[in-house]
Design a protein around this ligand. Structure first.
Ligand SMILES: [Zn+2]
Ligand SMILES: [Zn+2]
Length: 345
Protein backbone atom coordinates (compact mmCIF):
# COMPACT_ATOMS: atom_id res chain seq x y z
CA UNK A 1 0.00 0.00 0.00
CA UNK A 2 0.96 3.65 -0.28
CA UNK A 3 1.86 5.39 2.97
CA UNK A 4 3.50 8.63 4.07
CA UNK A 5 6.37 7.61 6.32
CA UNK A 6 7.56 10.11 8.93
CA UNK A 7 11.32 9.83 9.41
CA UNK A 8 11.80 12.91 11.59
CA UNK A 9 11.29 16.67 11.41
CA UNK A 10 10.56 17.83 7.83
CA UNK A 11 11.09 14.31 6.50
CA UNK A 12 7.88 12.76 5.28
CA UNK A 13 8.15 10.41 2.30
CA UNK A 14 5.44 8.72 0.33
CA UNK A 15 6.45 5.09 -0.05
CA UNK A 16 5.14 1.70 -1.06
CA UNK A 17 5.01 -0.43 2.10
CA UNK A 18 3.49 -3.75 3.11
CA UNK A 19 -0.22 -3.62 3.86
CA UNK A 20 -0.71 -4.23 7.61
CA UNK A 21 -1.61 -7.78 8.60
CA UNK A 22 -4.27 -8.35 11.22
CA UNK A 23 -4.70 -11.12 13.74
CA UNK A 24 -7.93 -12.85 14.82
CA UNK A 25 -8.96 -9.99 17.10
CA UNK A 26 -8.17 -7.05 14.86
CA UNK A 27 -9.73 -5.15 11.98
CA UNK A 28 -8.22 -3.65 8.85
CA UNK A 29 -9.76 -0.38 7.68
CA UNK A 30 -9.43 1.03 4.16
CA UNK A 31 -9.01 4.74 4.77
CA UNK A 32 -11.39 6.99 2.83
CA UNK A 33 -10.55 10.34 4.40
CA UNK A 34 -7.92 11.58 6.82
CA UNK A 35 -7.45 15.13 8.00
CA UNK A 36 -4.40 17.14 8.98
CA UNK A 37 -4.43 18.37 12.57
CA UNK A 38 -2.41 21.26 13.99
CA UNK A 39 -0.66 18.57 16.01
CA UNK A 40 0.48 16.87 12.79
CA UNK A 41 2.03 20.19 11.76
CA UNK A 42 3.83 20.38 15.12
CA UNK A 43 5.03 16.77 14.72
CA UNK A 44 6.23 17.53 11.16
CA UNK A 45 8.23 20.47 12.47
CA UNK A 46 9.67 18.54 15.41
CA UNK A 47 7.77 20.64 17.95
CA UNK A 48 5.84 17.69 19.32
CA UNK A 49 7.69 14.48 20.08
CA UNK A 50 5.74 12.70 22.85
CA UNK A 51 4.57 9.28 21.63
CA UNK A 52 5.88 9.93 18.12
CA UNK A 53 7.97 7.09 16.68
CA UNK A 54 10.32 7.24 13.72
CA UNK A 55 9.87 5.86 11.22
CA UNK A 56 6.09 5.63 11.51
CA UNK A 57 2.81 6.61 9.89
CA UNK A 58 1.27 9.62 11.62
CA UNK A 59 -2.28 11.02 11.24
CA UNK A 60 -4.97 10.52 13.89
CA UNK A 61 -8.12 11.91 12.26
CA UNK A 62 -9.39 9.16 10.01
CA UNK A 63 -12.48 7.41 8.71
CA UNK A 64 -12.95 4.58 6.24
CA UNK A 65 -14.57 1.28 5.42
CA UNK A 66 -13.83 -2.09 6.95
CA UNK A 67 -11.67 -4.18 4.60
CA UNK A 68 -10.99 -7.22 6.78
CA UNK A 69 -12.37 -8.54 10.06
CA UNK A 70 -10.46 -10.96 12.30
CA UNK A 71 -12.20 -14.31 12.89
CA UNK A 72 -12.85 -13.62 16.58
CA UNK A 73 -14.14 -10.05 16.22
CA UNK A 74 -17.84 -9.61 16.81
CA UNK A 75 -20.22 -6.88 15.71
CA UNK A 76 -18.31 -5.56 12.68
CA UNK A 77 -18.54 -6.56 9.03
CA UNK A 78 -16.57 -5.95 5.83
CA UNK A 79 -17.80 -2.84 4.00
CA UNK A 80 -19.14 -1.00 7.04
CA UNK A 81 -18.30 2.71 7.26
CA UNK A 82 -16.40 3.54 10.41
CA UNK A 83 -14.66 6.33 12.27
CA UNK A 84 -11.56 5.70 14.33
CA UNK A 85 -11.20 7.19 17.80
CA UNK A 86 -7.45 7.58 18.13
CA UNK A 87 -6.90 7.73 21.90
CA UNK A 88 -7.00 4.32 23.61
CA UNK A 89 -7.33 4.67 27.40
CA UNK A 90 -6.07 1.85 29.65
CA UNK A 91 -9.23 1.89 31.79
CA UNK A 92 -7.31 1.04 34.96
CA UNK A 93 -5.07 3.97 35.91
CA UNK A 94 -5.88 6.70 38.42
CA UNK A 95 -7.10 9.08 35.71
CA UNK A 96 -9.24 6.53 33.89
CA UNK A 97 -10.85 5.57 37.20
CA UNK A 98 -11.51 9.21 38.05
CA UNK A 99 -13.27 10.33 34.90
CA UNK A 100 -10.26 11.65 33.00
CA UNK A 101 -9.59 8.92 30.44
CA UNK A 102 -8.44 11.60 27.97
CA UNK A 103 -5.30 12.09 30.08
CA UNK A 104 -4.85 8.37 30.87
CA UNK A 105 -1.39 7.72 32.31
CA UNK A 106 -0.92 4.72 30.01
CA UNK A 107 -2.74 6.03 26.97
CA UNK A 108 -1.70 4.92 23.53
CA UNK A 109 -3.01 6.35 20.30
CA UNK A 110 -3.43 5.54 16.65
CA UNK A 111 -1.17 7.95 14.75
CA UNK A 112 1.38 7.79 17.57
CA UNK A 113 2.20 4.44 19.19
CA UNK A 114 0.21 2.69 16.43
CA UNK A 115 0.47 3.59 12.76
CA UNK A 116 -2.10 6.16 11.68
CA UNK A 117 -4.10 7.68 8.89
CA UNK A 118 -1.77 8.99 6.21
CA UNK A 119 -1.85 5.66 4.37
CA UNK A 120 -4.21 3.50 2.35
CA UNK A 121 -4.99 1.10 5.21
CA UNK A 122 -4.80 1.14 8.99
CA UNK A 123 -4.77 -1.75 11.44
CA UNK A 124 -7.14 -1.35 14.38
CA UNK A 125 -5.43 -3.13 17.27
CA UNK A 126 -7.38 -5.35 19.65
CA UNK A 127 -7.01 -2.92 22.57
CA UNK A 128 -8.72 -0.25 20.45
CA UNK A 129 -11.58 -2.58 19.54
CA UNK A 130 -11.95 -3.68 23.15
CA UNK A 131 -12.25 -0.02 24.21
CA UNK A 132 -14.89 0.74 21.58
CA UNK A 133 -12.59 2.96 19.52
CA UNK A 134 -14.13 1.90 16.21
CA UNK A 135 -17.46 3.65 15.66
CA UNK A 136 -20.00 3.14 12.88
CA UNK A 137 -20.85 6.21 10.80
CA UNK A 138 -24.46 6.85 9.71
CA UNK A 139 -25.01 6.37 5.95
CA UNK A 140 -26.06 9.97 5.33
CA UNK A 141 -22.83 11.42 6.76
CA UNK A 142 -20.06 11.72 4.14
CA UNK A 143 -16.50 10.66 4.93
CA UNK A 144 -15.37 14.28 4.51
CA UNK A 145 -17.90 15.33 7.17
CA UNK A 146 -17.20 12.40 9.48
CA UNK A 147 -13.45 12.99 9.50
CA UNK A 148 -14.09 16.13 11.57
CA UNK A 149 -15.59 14.04 14.40
CA UNK A 150 -12.31 13.67 16.30
CA UNK A 151 -11.21 17.33 16.41
CA UNK A 152 -14.80 18.42 17.11
CA UNK A 153 -14.86 15.97 20.02
CA UNK A 154 -11.71 17.61 21.40
CA UNK A 155 -13.49 20.96 21.13
CA UNK A 156 -16.50 19.55 23.02
CA UNK A 157 -14.07 18.61 25.79
CA UNK A 158 -12.73 22.18 25.66
CA UNK A 159 -16.21 23.72 25.86
CA UNK A 160 -16.91 21.59 28.91
CA UNK A 161 -13.65 22.67 30.57
CA UNK A 162 -14.37 26.31 29.71
CA UNK A 163 -17.90 25.80 31.05
CA UNK A 164 -19.67 27.72 28.28
CA UNK A 165 -23.25 28.44 29.36
CA UNK A 166 -26.40 30.03 28.00
CA UNK A 167 -26.09 33.81 27.83
CA UNK A 168 -22.29 33.92 28.02
CA UNK A 169 -20.02 36.25 26.09
CA UNK A 170 -17.36 34.01 24.58
CA UNK A 171 -14.13 35.13 22.92
CA UNK A 172 -12.31 32.70 20.64
CA UNK A 173 -8.69 33.56 19.89
CA UNK A 174 -7.69 32.14 16.49
CA UNK A 175 -10.00 31.43 13.54
CA UNK A 176 -8.44 28.25 12.22
CA UNK A 177 -10.54 25.08 11.97
CA UNK A 178 -10.43 24.59 15.75
CA UNK A 179 -11.46 28.20 16.43
CA UNK A 180 -14.39 27.89 14.03
CA UNK A 181 -15.53 24.70 15.71
CA UNK A 182 -15.46 26.48 19.07
CA UNK A 183 -17.50 29.33 17.58
CA UNK A 184 -20.15 26.87 16.38
CA UNK A 185 -20.25 24.92 19.64
CA UNK A 186 -20.48 28.08 21.76
CA UNK A 187 -23.49 29.20 19.72
CA UNK A 188 -25.12 25.77 20.11
CA UNK A 189 -24.46 26.03 23.87
CA UNK A 190 -26.43 29.27 23.95
CA UNK A 191 -23.73 31.95 24.10
CA UNK A 192 -25.21 35.46 23.78
CA UNK A 193 -22.23 36.81 21.81
CA UNK A 194 -19.30 35.02 20.26
CA UNK A 195 -16.34 37.18 19.29
CA UNK A 196 -13.62 35.78 17.05
CA UNK A 197 -10.14 37.30 16.91
CA UNK A 198 -8.21 36.36 13.77
CA UNK A 199 -5.74 38.30 11.59
CA UNK A 200 -6.27 36.35 8.31
CA UNK A 201 -9.10 37.82 6.18
CA UNK A 202 -10.61 34.63 4.73
CA UNK A 203 -10.70 33.05 8.18
CA UNK A 204 -12.62 36.01 9.62
CA UNK A 205 -15.15 35.64 6.78
CA UNK A 206 -15.54 31.97 7.61
CA UNK A 207 -15.88 32.95 11.27
CA UNK A 208 -19.01 34.91 10.39
CA UNK A 209 -20.34 31.92 8.45
CA UNK A 210 -19.62 29.78 11.52
CA UNK A 211 -21.94 32.03 13.50
CA UNK A 212 -19.59 34.49 15.18
CA UNK A 213 -21.46 37.66 16.14
CA UNK A 214 -18.33 39.79 15.82
CA UNK A 215 -14.97 39.24 14.13
CA UNK A 216 -11.90 41.28 14.93
CA UNK A 217 -8.57 41.71 13.17
CA UNK A 218 -6.35 42.09 16.26
CA UNK A 219 -3.63 43.73 14.18
CA UNK A 220 -5.90 46.62 13.26
CA UNK A 221 -8.52 46.82 16.00
CA UNK A 222 -8.59 46.53 19.77
CA UNK A 223 -10.17 43.26 20.86
CA UNK A 224 -10.24 44.52 24.43
CA UNK A 225 -12.23 47.66 23.49
CA UNK A 226 -14.81 45.57 21.67
CA UNK A 227 -15.18 43.09 24.53
CA UNK A 228 -15.59 45.88 27.08
CA UNK A 229 -18.10 47.74 24.92
CA UNK A 230 -20.22 44.59 24.55
CA UNK A 231 -20.19 43.80 28.27
CA UNK A 232 -20.78 47.15 29.98
CA UNK A 233 -17.09 47.28 30.79
CA UNK A 234 -17.15 43.95 32.64
CA UNK A 235 -15.27 41.64 30.27
CA UNK A 236 -15.95 38.24 28.73
CA UNK A 237 -17.28 35.21 30.58
CA UNK A 238 -15.07 32.80 28.66
CA UNK A 239 -11.96 33.11 26.51
CA UNK A 240 -10.79 30.09 24.52
CA UNK A 241 -7.31 30.13 23.05
CA UNK A 242 -7.43 28.16 19.80
CA UNK A 243 -3.87 29.13 19.01
CA UNK A 244 -0.76 28.19 20.98
CA UNK A 245 1.02 31.53 21.28
CA UNK A 246 2.52 31.96 24.77
CA UNK A 247 2.66 35.76 24.43
CA UNK A 248 -1.14 35.91 24.14
CA UNK A 249 -1.97 34.12 27.40
CA UNK A 250 -1.85 37.18 29.65
CA UNK A 251 -3.72 39.48 27.27
CA UNK A 252 -6.37 36.76 26.85
CA UNK A 253 -6.78 36.44 30.62
CA UNK A 254 -7.09 40.21 30.76
CA UNK A 255 -10.24 40.05 28.58
CA UNK A 256 -12.16 38.19 31.27
CA UNK A 257 -14.64 39.56 33.74
CA UNK A 258 -14.13 38.66 37.39
CA UNK A 259 -14.80 34.96 37.85
CA UNK A 260 -14.35 34.23 34.14
CA UNK A 261 -12.54 31.25 32.63
CA UNK A 262 -9.64 31.12 30.19
CA UNK A 263 -9.19 27.78 28.47
CA UNK A 264 -5.81 27.04 26.91
CA UNK A 265 -7.14 24.75 24.20
CA UNK A 266 -4.31 24.74 21.67
CA UNK A 267 -0.99 23.08 22.48
CA UNK A 268 2.21 25.06 22.86
CA UNK A 269 5.70 24.30 21.63
CA UNK A 270 7.55 22.19 24.18
CA UNK A 271 9.66 24.40 26.44
CA UNK A 272 7.75 27.61 25.67
CA UNK A 273 7.02 29.75 28.73
CA UNK A 274 4.57 32.58 29.15
CA UNK A 275 4.44 35.49 31.57
CA UNK A 276 1.27 36.08 33.50
CA UNK A 277 0.22 38.75 35.98
CA UNK A 278 -0.68 36.72 39.11
CA UNK A 279 -2.85 39.53 40.45
CA UNK A 280 -5.15 39.09 37.47
CA UNK A 281 -5.87 35.62 38.79
CA UNK A 282 -5.86 36.65 42.45
CA UNK A 283 -8.06 39.75 42.49
CA UNK A 284 -10.30 38.83 39.57
CA UNK A 285 -10.79 35.25 40.74
CA UNK A 286 -10.43 34.00 37.21
CA UNK A 287 -9.86 30.35 36.33
CA UNK A 288 -7.25 29.26 33.82
CA UNK A 289 -7.47 25.66 32.66
CA UNK A 290 -6.50 23.48 29.73
CA UNK A 291 -7.85 20.80 27.44
CA UNK A 292 -6.17 17.64 26.24
CA UNK A 293 -7.66 15.28 23.66
CA UNK A 294 -11.12 13.74 24.05
CA UNK A 295 -13.13 11.08 25.81
CA UNK A 296 -14.98 8.32 24.01
CA UNK A 297 -18.25 9.96 25.06
CA UNK A 298 -17.12 13.21 23.40
CA UNK A 299 -16.55 11.33 20.14
CA UNK A 300 -20.07 9.92 20.13
CA UNK A 301 -21.61 13.29 20.98
CA UNK A 302 -19.52 14.95 18.28
CA UNK A 303 -20.63 12.46 15.63
CA UNK A 304 -24.26 12.93 16.63
CA UNK A 305 -23.94 16.73 16.26
CA UNK A 306 -22.45 16.30 12.77
CA UNK A 307 -25.07 13.70 11.81
CA UNK A 308 -27.89 15.99 12.94
CA UNK A 309 -26.63 18.75 10.63
CA UNK A 310 -25.80 21.20 13.40
CA UNK A 311 -22.13 21.55 12.47
CA UNK A 312 -21.04 23.24 9.26
CA UNK A 313 -18.08 21.05 8.31
CA UNK A 314 -17.69 22.72 4.88
CA UNK A 315 -16.24 25.94 6.29
CA UNK A 316 -13.71 24.21 8.50
CA UNK A 317 -12.25 21.90 5.86
CA UNK A 318 -10.39 22.26 2.57
CA UNK A 319 -10.84 19.24 0.34
CA UNK A 320 -9.22 18.04 -2.85
CA UNK A 321 -5.98 16.56 -1.54
CA UNK A 322 -4.78 13.02 -2.23
CA UNK A 323 -2.21 10.96 -0.37
CA UNK A 324 0.40 12.19 -2.89
CA UNK A 325 -0.22 15.75 -1.66
CA UNK A 326 0.39 15.01 2.02
CA UNK A 327 3.34 17.38 2.38
CA UNK A 328 1.37 20.21 0.75
CA UNK A 329 -1.66 19.40 2.92
CA UNK A 330 0.49 19.86 6.03
CA UNK A 331 2.13 23.06 4.77
CA UNK A 332 -1.23 24.58 3.78
CA UNK A 333 -2.46 24.12 7.36
CA UNK A 334 0.76 25.53 8.73
CA UNK A 335 0.68 28.73 6.67
CA UNK A 336 -3.05 29.22 7.11
CA UNK A 337 -3.85 29.32 3.39
CA UNK A 338 -6.26 26.39 3.85
CA UNK A 339 -8.54 25.31 6.64
CA UNK A 340 -8.29 21.72 7.90
CA UNK A 341 -6.96 19.87 4.87
CA UNK A 342 -8.70 16.59 4.07
CA UNK A 343 -7.00 13.81 2.14
CA UNK A 344 -9.56 11.73 0.28
CA UNK A 345 -8.94 8.28 -1.15
ZN1 LIG B 1 -6.08 16.27 16.09
ZN1 LIG C 1 -5.65 4.95 32.07
Amino acid sequence: MKAAIFYGPHELKLEEVKRPEIDKQEILVKIKASAVCGTDVRIFEGKKTKGVRTPSIIGHELVGTIAEVGAEVQGFFVGERVGVMPVIPCGKCYYCLNGRENVCANRTAIGYEYDGGFAEYVRIPRTALASGNLVKIPDHVSFEQAVVTEPLACCLNGQRKANVKMGDVVVVIGGGPIGLMHVQLAKIAGARSVILSEPIDHRREKGLMAGADFVVNPVEESLEDLVLSLTDGLGADIVIMAIGVPGLVNSSANLLKKGGTLNLFAGFTKGDMSEIDPNLIHYNEITINGTSALTRADYHKSLSLIASGQINTEIITTKGYGLDDIQQAILDVKNGSSMKTVISQ
